[in-house]
Design a protein around this ligand. Structure first.
Ligand code: GAP
Length: 520
């Protein structure tokens, strides 16, 4: 097992052990690609959503929020193109009976070639030391050039075939490349066919196709169909945005990698309505703004990158992904799409209602263009915990080296902001005093009272869930109303009056710091 696999396994078991994420319906052996958030998980997830919501809605005068229903009129999904085109190309292996996304099998093949290139680059880096110029090496080394050409040719052919809906050629490519089933090694494949990703259900009152309802596969359409309601009632002028956080559902066949790809997940989406012709300006603006949002959390710049789309969806004239380096490599965490006026025009046509804006400056009406930012809350959760989870050697209570597992979350996101710990459990005066301290500060932020086990173990427990501060109530507290305040990352302990706990902790755990950092 590679070091990365090992790290990812540790992350998954840490999430379970400390009440962040559980497999859904675990007592029945689980439901694939569906997960539940535990007591610490729901706090962290709520904090991520709060950071996004406040940053979008409260920090922008021209962005307002909505909460639209999961069920929508079935024509919505016809208009948006999801009924006809929200498909994955699937292929089955006849021997192992395993089902795969054909495009992912081909991309996986290319990733292996890319890994060989990376190995050559790493070797050369070692050989040439500081003088090494990676770009020059990549563009002059014959073996790398050949490999890169091979990747480009494969991906171009795959994308062309998918665009032309030539699924026969996608299968032919898999066979020519001799791609085998990762489970069984067999190359005995079925044909490739399209599979719609929307879940459907039936209205009780209407039988047949007429009564077919879909669980929304994205929250964006609830924003589009409410565009005029919101614009008028919130008295907004273009440019303005509508933000929404909510559940989305996709029948993902190939769902792996824990909460990275789920059947039920949460999106945080914002549609920004703009004048036609200004979309490239806003595209640039939102790319920069969203990257800063990620960086403000302390995620290092080298773990984030843009991946501009070459093959654009039918509704887009520019699109990029913000990718994060997960334990299994760089993957999409957020999409930024210039969606033109596709969605509003489609809804206008199918509903027969005008979805236009009268621009008083231009003295004309038009269907606005839309710039979308769309981030998966669960992917953001995975990125945040994955980056924060660390093991480090620190001195224990006796001054000896010991390894601690610590979740170095940004304090504003931490599930518990401060733990209150009586030094020992069996001294009534200490526990009563500690309870009093807890009752006082729990009104300001989420706190936890813990008296079980030795103090060192309790510190470690709080480190493992990312609690930035621990307050210890000891015998000196009974004499002079002071406590020790321990900081998670520096391990520094200082003595402060009980009355100062709230102000010291509140300042450091507040979201305000994130908004200031975002601006810089
Ligand atoms: N409205 C645009 C839209 O839905 P998308 O790229 O399909 O675009 C946006 O999805 C984001 O939603 C992705 O960047 C990802 O973070 C998240 N997402 C999409 N499918 C997901 C899934 N099956 N499980 C978890 N998150 C998912």
């Amino acid at each position: 097992m590679s070091n990365k696999d090992d790290k990812f396994k540790k992350l998954i078991s840490h999430c379970k052990e400390y009440g962040f994420v559980f497999q859904s319906s675990e007592v029945y052996d689980g439901l694939a690609a569906v997960y539940d958030y535990g007591p610490n998980g729901v706090e962290l997830k709520n904090n991520i959503k709060k950071y996004w919501w406040q940053s979008m809605v409260h920090m922008h005068e021209n962005i307002v929020g909505i909460d639209s229903a999961i069920f929508m009129h079935p024509k919505v999904w016809k208009a948006s193109g999801h009924v006809d085109a929200f498909n994955d190309p699937l292929i089955d292996n006849k021997d192992s009976k395993k089902r795969y996304r054909a495009d992912q099998l081909i991309e996986g093949y290319c990733e292996k070639i890319e890994n060989k290139i990376k190995k050559d680059v790493t070797k050369a880096k070692k050989r040439f030391g500081d003088d090494f110029d990676e770009q020059q090496f990549r563009s002059t080394n014959g073996r790398i050039i050949d490999r890169q050409k091979k990747i480009d040719a494969i991906l171009t052919r795959m994308n062309d075939s998918l665009t032309k809906e030539d699924l026969g050629d996608v299968k032919a490519l898999i066979e020519e490349l001799e791609i085998a089933c990762p489970e069984s090694g067999s190359k005995n494949w079925t044909d490739v066919r399209q599979f719609n990703l929307m879940f459907s259900t039936q209205l009780g009152t209407i039988a047949g196709e007429e009564g077919k309802l879909y669980l929304r596969p994205e929250t964006a359409q609830g924003i589009f169909v409410n565009f005029l309601n919101v614009q008028k009632t919130a008295r907004q002028k273009i440019p303005f945005g509508i933000a929404q956080i909510g559940k989305a559902f996709r029948n993902e066949i190939v769902a792996r990698q824990f909460i990275f790809r789920m059947k039920e997940f949460e999106q945080m989406e914002m549609q920004f309505f703009i004048r036609p012709g200004t979309e490239m300006e806003w595209y640039k603006h939102w790319k920069e703004t969203r990257l800063k949002w990620h960086l403000a959390l302390g995620h290092p710049a080298e773990k984030l990158r843009f991946h501009d789309h070459e093959k654009l969806a039918h509704y887009a004239n520019a699109a990029t992904d913000i990718e994060f380096e997960f334990p299994f490599g760089f993957r999409e965490i957020e999409g930024i799409h210039s969606r033109t006026n596709f969605d509003l025009s489609q809804h206008q046509e199918l509903s027969g209602r005008k979805l236009q804006y009268f621009d008083p400056e231009l003295n004309e009406s038009y269907v606005p263009y839309v710039l979308e930012t769309s981030i998966g809350c669960d992917r953001m959760f995975l990125a945040t915990v994955g980056h924060a989870l660390q093991e480090e050697v620190v001195p224990d209570a006796d001054g000896k080296d010991s390894t601690r597992t610590v979740l170095k979350l940004h304090p504003a996101l931490a599930p518990v902001k401060c733990a209150v710990l009586p030094l020992v459990k069996n001294k009534e005066e200490l526990t009563a005093k500690a309870r009093k301290v807890h009752d006082k500060i729990k009104m300001a932020f989420n706190c936890q009272y813990d008296e079980k086990d030795a103090i060192g173990r309790r510190y470690r427990r709080q480190d493992a869930i990312g609690t930035p501060y621990c307050v210890t109530v000891d015998f000196e507290t009974l004499e002079n109303d002071t406590v020790t305040l321990r900081e998670r990352d520096s391990l520094e302990q200082i003595r402060i009056p009980i009355d100062e706990i709230e102000s010291r902790v509140a300042h450091n755990v507040s979201m305000q710091r994130l908004f200031i950092d975002e601006k810089e």
